[in-house]
Write a protein that binds this ligand. Sequence first.
Ligand code: SF4
Length: 577
Amino acid sequence: MRINKTLFKEITRCKTYYGLLEIYRNKKFAFLNDFTEEELKEKLDLMYDPKTYDDLLANDKEFYMKEYYDDVEKEGINVINKLLNLSFKYKEVEKQTKLEFKDKSGHYFETYADGYLEDKESIYLLEVKSCSSNTIIGKYNRFIYEDGIYKLTNKKDEKTEKDLKHLYNRFSDVGKYIYDATFTYYLSTKNNPGNKNIKVYLAVLNSDYILNIKNNFDNIYPKDENGNYVMSVFDVTNVVKENLTFLIQDMNKLINLIQTNKYFPPILGTHCGYKKQESCMFTPICYKPFETKGSIIEYYRQMRYEDMNNGKKLLSDVTYDELTTEKTKLQRSCFVNDERFINIDKIAAGIDIIKYPIYYLDFETFQSPLPRFFGERPNAQSLFQFSLHIETKEGICDIDKDHFSFLANDYNDCRKKLCEELIKLIDLENGGTVIVYNQTFEKQRIKELMEFYPEYKKKLQIIDDHIFDLMYLLVGNKKMFENLGYDDDLFNFYDNKLRGSFSIKKVLPLFSSLSYQNLDVKNGLEAQEAYSKFRYMSTEDIEEERQKLIEYCKLDTWSMVVILNGLKKLINKKNAK
Ligand code: SF4
């Protein structure tokens, strides 16, 4: 069997993956010991549509961010060459140095190194990742900075020790990168007849870097005003050496798995990456039993893996006493009694804070790994659009007539125009409220605009001071409601149809028949993708795409109008009784 790095990481996620992969690849010709034809058919029907034979697990979306990640790789190579006086060269994946090793059981392990260099005494390996340096440095400074390079700390206090542990956990936010580098390191030890000294480096985006070029049309990233490069380089040689034990253990497990050639029932856990970017492709199969309404996975902000692996499927399968938060207890009770929970008084008290005119605001951004515009850091959320519905007096807001928006005309920097338009439209001189949904995102963007355009700081600060988070009316907020005289930490509103999520797309159908389903752009990620296409589109094509984006963002702010009105109606109904 040929096992590249990606396949290795996938198969060694858990014992189940191997069996499912055998079925997925070989369909009805799959062979697994002790696996019946009925079992095979059952799994196949979940992988391929029994009528059309369509692949139900296929994810054939073109990955529009690839060129952005390629640019990061080029910059990583550029920076390490400057820092260490080396001569790594950027190459397309197929042209990169291939490291290969055939183990004694006859399996081939292989990978391409992002950067590979050899001189008389040493081999230099480079992994480039698009994560931020803060992720690698950790909360308690796992690494120290010396001569332009980060090296593993010698500090051994309790906090650093805890932080260091994450490095060796392949499923942690930092451990996954170290594990990748360890795989490459392992194969290079097998391709090192001269027993050279192997050095391993990781280059990631520098969280401290601030781009100080006005129009960076040529994608160049000089040192910033504080002398930072756009990429940070970590010497992870000692880390991967220590991590090798874990990787070899995984490799042995994998070889055993292939020899055993069996299907093992799933044991669910964080290794599945459920609903995360790095989610296992077989989650639709292994999590199928939990797709039901009232599933145990609906518990708010907690995955009860132990219970799930012990056969518990529903919210009600967990006893009341086993639940540790007020919110999850409330969810259970709503499910068991098939009822909606509303704390009318709290919602009414929250709504009382809102003053007219109301400005319902929503931003759309594009997250580029390398900064594109002046003042931005790597992985900045670049604003390119906002939608605004204005309700001047209670009940006076029309979906079209009272809608205002701003959207970039092209791929160039539009932030200043956006900022000016925002300030022009939101007039808080005589009071008012800016309503957003889940305020952290909008507040952060406004804070960034203040940094980019200090001349507008005062006006932006006023907008920021008037922000009200509509989601708080539903999900609650301890601090806000304590100030209003409520000391519980419950939801203010819970309906079983929410299924544990308060996203605007889940809440809207409870108050209206409107839906995102008929739109061309249906969510924030699709909005990002649509905007990214502006880069190469003709003016006419951009205009077509713009209309789709405007419709999408418009529904976001109109949804807020609908939800607030819906909540007010609930209050009025209660008061009328
Ligand atoms: S979803 Fe989880 S349990 Fe199933 S194969 Fe993937 S990692 Fe294993």
